[in-house]
Design a protein around this ligand. Sequence first.
Ligand code: C5P
Length: 231
Amino acid sequence: MRDWQAVKGLQVAIDGPSGSGKGTVAADLASEIGLPVLDSGLLYRFVAAMALARDVDLNHADQLAALSIDLVPQMDWRPDGIWFEGENYDEQVRGEEVGAGASKVAACGQVRANLLDVQRQRAASGCIMDGRDIGSVVLPDAQAKFFLTASLRERARRRWAQYKDKHTDTDLEQVLMELKMRDQRDAERQHAPLRQAEDAIAIDSTTLRADEVVDRMLGVLERRKLIVTTA
Ligand code: C5P
């Protein structure tokens, strides 16, 4: 039995750079307060994976926009992943090549606009949504917004450890360089760049465990009366 229950329709936005721990923390927070988690990065990853599969040029905004218009009505974005034609695309979208492609796709304003409605519709009944622009653009009225950060080296170390767990042979310095490039692209792009929403609470997780981050979030939600105790 959970200790907490979220108020009806609660929207929690968790934004931050790659490797800041958004996914882990969102999942742990969700199991504490009973809300679905939606990972918005999957949308950009999915468009990138399909672009790579269909030989669409990742630097060509019009082609990417046309592809996203084509895909949006057929894809099903859910807490258990992104589904297309009856198949869960989770495995196909997780790799580093697709991740790097996703940050190019995400720089395209038309693609972002095409993905906005689906995100708002899914959030309407309450959720924890993680990404880069959730608090600033997608859900500006979310009742709680967190901006999760960690040092570049610590984020690279976490990514590298994930790869190692999956028996993928990668060099830490290489992972660090790739993260740095991705950060730069996400922060410097013209459309919805990665930035902390004015009313977001920043949490630096460099030296915190995931459960300590979740405790801080629970404290904020409790003080704002956005969760109630079930005990
Ligand atoms: O979070 P994840 O690494 O899965 O995201 C992949 C890419 O998608 C990011 O590098 C970022 O460029 C983009 N993204 C975004 N806006 C979001 C979520 C992800 O631009 N809300």
